[in-house]
Design a protein around this ligand. Structure first.
Ligand code: HEC
Ligand code: HEC
Length: 400
């Protein structure tokens, strides 16, 4: 071989090496190279700059609506008379708008854990553990009328709104119907009660529309609570010091154990439904889980495809409104802010992240939970997912 040929081969070799290094470097900055071939995939977990568009709520980003929603959130006059329950009782602002108790117990004990509301606006297709509603504004409309939660009814909620917040309401949503005729508009009642069912269809809709607007104001407020970027996002965006070495090992362990097959995307959830197969708390009736959620969704009057949804959201809700799929399990919870939102699981059965991760053993590769070292590292990584808290004035709460 001539000297020239050797030099050429040598040169080509170098060039090839050079090319490999520079492509890898372009796709994967130096501080992320420990992720190896997963580097690019991890970019899919970075939180976007803004929360997803609301579904069917033209007032979702209206400041006055958010301010009204905030008032209602802390007001205990929207619950069954004298029970004194406000949204904030179960969604505690000092606990990431989740609840410290395993399951809520205000009027009566409910069987599920109250999730945080700092992730709520980030979900793009459904709400509640069983995904029973496909938009954020109608979630409180369900809760307000639940016997064991707020025990109210749409007629009483609309009357409370009219007597305390009429001026604020009308500035946003236009004039309220005149409810003074109690024969036409009884003092309380909801679908299924004789008072409400006896009303004319037209009057029912007048009440429903104000009730829906109440939900839309609450959504506008909950969108203000949405947590922002976390140290993990800063790390992915170039701030190499934002994540310690244990948390970095945790990222590798997270993918090695297949956690990202369900906890995927920017909020670490596929928003799908999965049965982890852990037994519920003993002595409790079996939870109808997603099957119950699907049955409810197919009848829900305030879905994103209903006449109460505002048009801009409707087109984008084709996915949201789908109530097909396997009728089992619970919605994969977001892992953003997860260290703040204990206890864990749909029934709050797990006090610690350690226990919540162990509960996955049956569905993980090899039917085994991560070992102690991996779990430690994964938890360190999960700690880096707590995002910035809401901005003023939304971060001020009465008595807080
Ligand atoms: C008695 C306690 C209690 C009260 C009061 C309460 N909630 Fe909840 N909330 C819960 C529980 C429990 C769940 C989960 C229920 C489920 O998934 O079946 C929940 C779920 C939610 C969700 C769904 C979050 C998601 O993305 O899955 C939203 C939104 C919500 N509540 C908002 C509100 C608002 C707004 C109010 C006030 C009008 C309110 N809640 C009052 C206990 C409560
Ligand atoms: C097959 C899908 C799937 C996989 C894989 C999976 N998870 Fe989950 N995860 C879920 C579901 C569903 C829940 C809620 C279960 C329930 O409440 O019944 C959950 C709950 C959790 C919770 C509790 C969160 C809360 O707010 O209550 C944590 C923490 C968690 N997972 C972490 C992990 C980690 C770490 C891994 C990998 C070792 C993992 N998950 C793998 C689906 C999955």
């Amino acid at each position: 071989m001539s000297l020239d040929a050797k030099a050429w081969i040598f040169f080509c070799g170098l060039a090839a090496v050079d090319v490999t290094i520079s492509t890898a470097a372009a796709a994967c900055p130096e501080h992320l190279q420990f992720l190896e071939s997963r580097c690019e995939q991890w970019q899919s977990h970075v939180l976007p700059q803004s929360i997803p568009a609301a579904r069917g709520n033209a007032f979702a980003d209206n400041e006055a609506a958010a301010a009204l929603g905030m008032k209602v959130f802390y007001d205990n006059r929207f619950s069954q008379s004298a029970s004194g329950v406000a949204c904030a009782n179960c969604h505690d602002p000092e606990h990431a708008f989740a609840e410290r108790k395993a399951t809520s117990h205000t009027i009566r004990e409910v069987s599920r854990n109250a999730p945080d509301l700092i992730n709520a606006a980030w979900y793009t297709s459904s709400h509640f553990w069983d995904g029973k509603v496909d938009n954020l504004w109608s979630a409180p409309l369900f809760t307000l009328e639940q016997e064991d939660e707020m025990g109210s009814s749409r007629l009483s909620a609309v009357r409370t709104l009219a007597s305390i917040y009429r001026i604020r309401y009308e500035k946003i949503f236009g004039s309220m119907p005149d409810l003074s005729d109690t024969k036409r508009f009884p003092l309380s009642g909801k679908p299924g009660t004789p008072q409400f069912d006896a009303m004319s269809e037209q009057d029912k809709d007048l009440v429903n529309q104000v009730y829906v607007n109440l939900g839309k104001a609450l959504e506008a407020y909950m969108r203000k609570l949405a947590a922002g970027r976390s140290p993990f996002d800063d790390f992915m965006n170039g701030s190499a010091k934002s994540l310690g070495i244990d948390a970095q090992r945790g990222m590798v362990a997270f993918t090695r154990h297949g956690c990202d097959s369900c906890h995927s995307g920017p909020t670490f959830t596929d928003e799908g439904f999965h049965d982890l197969g852990y037994p519920g708390k003993s002595g409790r009736p079996q939870d109808p889980a997603r099957a119950g959620g699907m049955a409810f969704a197919s009848k829900w009057q305030f879905s994103s495809t209903s006449k109460f949804a505002d048009p801009p959201g409707r087109e984008s809700t084709a996915k949201a409104a789908t109530v097909t799929g396997k009728p089992e399990g619970f919605r994969t919870p977001s892992l953003r802010n997860v260290v703040l939102t204990f206890p864990y699981g749909h029934d709050g059965a797990f006090d610690t992240l350690d226990q919540a991760i162990d509960a996955h053993a049956r569905i993980l590769p090899g039917n085994a939970a991560p070992d102690a070292q991996d779990k430690h590292d994964i938890i360190e990584f999960l700690r880096s997912l707590s995002g910035r808290s809401p901005q003023a004035p939304w971060n001020y709460w009465p008595g807080g």
